[in-house]
Design a protein around this ligand. Structure first.
Ligand code: UD1
Ligand code: CA
Length: 452
């Protein structure tokens, strides 16, 4: 059996005015990844699957995102925003290049799955010229309505142009369409702009197909898969659908989520076996959590990896570049950044460890801080294995502390400490005679009303 070739055109040129944001609409994240990245991941890939993305003028950030995710994709700029059919034709060169199936999908429909693309392509094999993805909307306001006669799709009416009777229809256009690639250009080029907004509507493809005597069919899917995101409320709804999916997938993979609805995951979170996540944990993009690790409540983790049987939190903040080794521990009110903690390292309480490398089994006491920033640049702290950093130490970077070194608590360490050395740097003048009395005097004086 020969595989049908495909071209997927993703429309992402909209300004997204209703988002009330300076960021292009398709770059808003759902579960830690741009809407566009979800769509690109679901689109057909592999041999014979080409991809084109239509972007708005000046949307360099969108082009960069495409290049990052699918370097094989071609981007096209839609100079004027004259509607969805006009947007597809911005990719005319790619369409003219030829493919068996032309798929059109909107960049603002991030919940779409790869299976649905395949279901939509199936009727083309059987001779249909167009397959439209439809769904039953709880509230159809704003969506194009699918007009059905018998079991035939006879048209799609945009909300703005619909009669009151048509507006009662809840069967809606999801925006994803599959065209017979050899007829696609003829169909889309035939679309006019005679409607209330004078826009070239892709939905009018149905009329053209019918006029040519070809077949247009509807494939139905659930609303949660095709929610179109036009504003922040819809973005929040999509987030909640996606979170429910991710939690379910984590549970199915054996992760223990004590209160799943309070845990936020990212689409790329990777879990090992027997991981436990306590309530109220936020996991941002780029996180992997290995077998047996426990993430206690109120922990926030981004771009970090957590080793086997490691313990994190409660109330820990792991910023990008944190790597916690097997059996390691990052305890309460600890912040880490760009830091590797090798196996068995413990940072149990109230620390900031940034731009650091800490060798295996080193213990970092309560309140110890890496002073990694001198007001101009960031500097690195390297601590050897089996070392002990006493409570409330300030480690002034750049700094190297050797294997097995012992730093007395309260020290300010600004010079390298060799292996197995003991370093204690404290002010010995902790009391000044009469100091407390003098302080009380000053305080009383300050309270006295001004003379004069
Ligand atoms: C569109 C459909 C509607 C469907 C709904 C599903 C049309 C005319 N309407 O309406 O039937 O029910 O999606 O969510 O197709 N875009 C461009 N260039 C343009 C216009 C739009 O690239 O000139 C892109 C937008 O960035 C967006 C997508 O096309 O990703 C859809 O445009 P949008 O304005 O959101 O259409 P809807 O009003 O949601
Ligand atoms: Ca939309």
């Amino acid at each position: 059996m020969t595989v049908r070739s495909s071209l997927t055109v993703v429309l992402a040129a909209g300004e997204g005015t209703r988002m009330q944001s300076n960021r292009p609409k398709v770059l808003h994240p759902v579960a830690g990844q741009s809407m566009l990245s979800h769509v690109l991941q679901a689109a057909p890939k592999g041999r014979g699957a080409r991809l084109a993305v239509v972007v708005g003028p000046g949307h360099r950030a969108v082009e960069d995102e495409v290049r990052r995710l699918r370097p094989d994709a071609t981007t096209f700029v839609q100079r004027e925003r004259l509607g969805t059919a006009h947007a597809v034709l911005a990719a005319r060169d790619a369409i003219a290049h030829g493919a068996d199936d032309l798929l059109v999908v909107f960049g603002d429909t991030p919940l779409i799955s790869a299976e649905t693309f395949e279901r939509l392509r199936a009727p083309l094999k059987n001779g249909a010229a167009l397959a439209v993805l439809g769904f039953r909307a709880a509230d159809p306001t704003g969506y194009g309505r699918l007009l059905i006669e018998g079991d035939r799709l006879v048209g799609i009416r945009e909300h703005a142009d619909a009669t009151p009777a048509e507006r009662t229809v809840t069967f809606c256009n999801a925006g994803v369409m599959a065209f017979d690639g050899h007829k696609a250009l003829e169909i889309i080029e035939g679309i006019g702009n005679a409607n209330s907004r004078c826009e070239y509507y892709l939905v009018d493809a149905v009329d053209i197909v019918r006029k040519r005597g070809w077949e247009a069919v509807v494939i139905e899917t659930g609303e949660d898969e095709v929610r179109g995101i036009n504003d922040k409320a819809q973005l929040a709804e999509a987030e909640s659908v996606m979170q429910a999916r991710l939690r379910r997938a984590a549970l199915d993979a054996g992760v223990t989520l004590i209160a799943p609805e309070t845990v936020y995951l990212s689409a790329d979170t990777v879990f090992g076996k027997d991981v436990t996540i306590e309530p109220f944990v936020v996991i941002g993009p780029g996180v992997s959590i290995s077998d047996g690790a426990v993430i206690h409540s109120f922990t926030h983790i981004v771009q970090s990896s957590i080793g086997r049987n490691a313990l994190v939190g409660p109330y820990a903040r792991l910023r990008p570049g944190t790597s916690l080794g097997d059996g390691g521990k990052i305890g309460n009110f600890v912040e880490t950044k760009a830091t590797t903690l090798e196996a068995g390292v413990k940072v149990n309480h109230l620390s900031y460890i940034g731009d650091a490398h800490v060798g295996a089994n080193t213990n970092i006491g309560a309140g110890a801080i890496t002073c990694n920033y001198d007001g101009f640049s960031k500097h690195k702290t390297t601590i050897g294995k089996g070392a002990f950093v006493g409570s409330n130490s300030s480690l002034v970077a750049p700094l190297k502390i050797g294997d097995g070194a012992y730093i007395g608590s309260g020290s300010v360490i600004a010079k390298d400490v060799p292996d197995d050395a003991l370093a204690v740097e404290r002010s010995q003048q902790t009391t000044r005679e009469g100091g407390a009395k003098r302080y009380r005097e000053l305080k009383t004086k300050a309270k006295k009303p001004k003379e004069g």
